[in-house]
Structures are given as C-alpha cells and as structure tokens.
Design a binder for this molecule. Structure first.
Ligand code: SF4
Length: 283
C-alpha cells in the first residue's frame, strides 16, 4: 500500500472504542474511565507524564475515576498497576466487573511484570515499549528489563485478550527503532502496534534534547505518519482515535497529500497532567 492510501485507511486501536475523543462534537473530550492503583513505577521513562504528575503533585489517588455506567475501564493511566501485585489487580478487576457488569477492561502496563494470571479477566493488554534493543531501552527507561518485556509480550499472546504494544514516537531518538520493533512484533504476531505521537512536558524536554529529540519534527503530522506507515509494513500499525478523527477532517481540506508536510501539531503539553474525571470509590 502506498503512503497516501495508508493515511486514508489507517485505523485506531481497539482501546479507543467508546472514547469521547472519537466524537468531534464533544468540546472537551475526556479519556476513558480508569481505576488508578498506584502512582509508583519501576521504570523512569524520560517522557513520562506520570512522573511529571508526581513532580507537580497532580498524580491521582487510588480509586475509580469515571461515570457509573462505563463501557470500558482502563487499569490504570498512571504508574505501573502490577506493582500492587497481580492478585490485587485481579481482585480489583473482579470487583469492577461485579459492579459494572459487561465492561471492557484494558490493562495498561509497562510489561516488566508477568500478568498471565489475569488471563480471562482483561480484554486488552496494552504493553508499552518504544525501542528495539536493550541498550536503547536502558537509555529511555533507566532499566535493564528489555528482554523481560519482550518475554511478557510473548506470554500475553497465549492469553485470551487483544495484545497491543504501545509506543511513543520520539523523533530523532526512536524513528528507526520503532520500525525494527514493528518487524519483531509482526514476527511474533501481536494484534496491534499502537504508535502515539509524543506529548512532551517542559520538565522532560532537557533530557530529551540531550538524547537528540527533534522538537520541530515532533510537531509534524507528516513525519509521525511516515513512521507509522513504515511500521505498517510489518504489523497492524494504528494511531490514536482522537488523531484519526482530526486527520480525516484535515484530509478533506488538502488538495495534495504532500501538503500534509505543512500541517503542524502541538507537541508540547501545556497543562500539568491530571485526570479530569471524578473520583467515585476505592476498592
Ligand atoms: S488515544 Fe485518544 S481516542 Fe484513544 S483512548 Fe486515548 S484519548 Fe481516547
């Protein structure tokens, strides 16, 4: 498929289904409801909003944030939920299902901890991984756990859930590595490679720049989509639903796909990261 066709056809991941971000008529769409377990993490990723939220004291307390009739709940948006112990996470998911009935449960994890005990309890395993080798992994996360993550992605493929690997595109840092990673993910058979454009907080910019991060390219929708396109040769590469719906609108206004090069996005996040949903209860 050529680039132009890909840009029109690229899909969003299963995780985005039911998100307000898909509805352009909603002025300030909120992210999915989530159950927050801990703000702690065993990694220290250079771009992480959770780390920035801790610094700004805007990180959420444990508990459920959202409507009382959700269709999908993410566990969790902040920190690494599995640090609380897989049994504790299972207990929380079971309680959420008991309370809300037939919901979709998306586990968001850095993949460093085996979660196969959650088989049958989660619908989507979203595992974060931004690079294709242990050396780069150490630079980005401060940790030596690259091979554990790969192993846990492979184990997740035997579970009864959709396996999505989630990567952040960091132009100047991981352009080629994302494509190498996509090749590996395609070989092992992950369901989706969810590639997000970066949203960078001021607190992270210095470290990122030292690693070669290119702010100008980070603001180019074209540069981002080129990388997703290259990954799409090997694996089902998908983009955030909230970007897909905006992209559809942009494409309606362009005479030539080459004009995408002139479309800029704001890569620098302005507000401190925080959950915009009400905290309802704690399990
Ligand atoms: S990426 Fe966008 S559309 Fe998808 S779940 Fe997040 S906010 Fe919603």
């Amino acid at each position: 498929m050529d680039f132009e066709k890909f840009v029109f056809k690229v899909e969003y991941p299963n995780h985005c289904i039911y998100c307000e971000g898909l509805d352009l008529s909603i002025e300030n769409p909120k992210h999915h409801p989530s159950y927050e377990i801990t703000t702690k993490c065993n990694l220290n990723c250079i771009y992480c909003y959770s780390r920035v939220a801790l610094l700004n004291e805007t990180a959420p307390k444990p508990g459920y944030y959202g409507d009382l009739n959700p269709k999908a709940v993410t566990v969790s948006q902040y920190g690494e939920p599995l640090l609380a112990g897989v049994e504790r996470v299972a207990e929380i998911i079971e309680a959420l299902r008991e309370r809300f009935g037939d919901i979709r449960v998306d586990l968001q994890t850095n993949g460093t901890i085996d979660f196969t005990e959650l088989d049958g309890l989660i619908d989507i395993a979203m595992i974060s991984l931004d690079v294709s080798n242990a050396e780069s992994y150490k630079k980005i996360t401060g940790s030596d756990r690259f091979y554990e993550v790969i192993e846990n992605v492979e184990k997740a493929l035997d579970m009864d859930c959709i396996v999505t690997v989630r990567s952040v595109h960091l132009p100047g840092i991981n352009d080629e590595e994302l494509v190498e990673l996509a090749e590996r993910l395609g070989e092992i058979g992950v369901d989706e490679h969810f590639i997000q454009p970066c949203s960078i907080y001021e607190e992270c910019l210095g470290d990122l720049r030292r690693m070669g991060f290119d702010v100008e390219r980070a603001e180019s929708l074209y540069e981002y989509l080129r990388v997703v396109y290259e990954c799409g040769e090997f694996v089902k590469a998908v983009i955030p639903g909230c970007i897909k719906v905006v992209l559809n609108e942009v494409l309606k206004q362009l005479d030539d796909i080459g004009d995408l090069k002139f479309v800029r996005r704001n890569a620098l996040a302005r507000n401190p990261p925080q959950i915009r949903r009400n905290r309802r209860f704690e399990i």
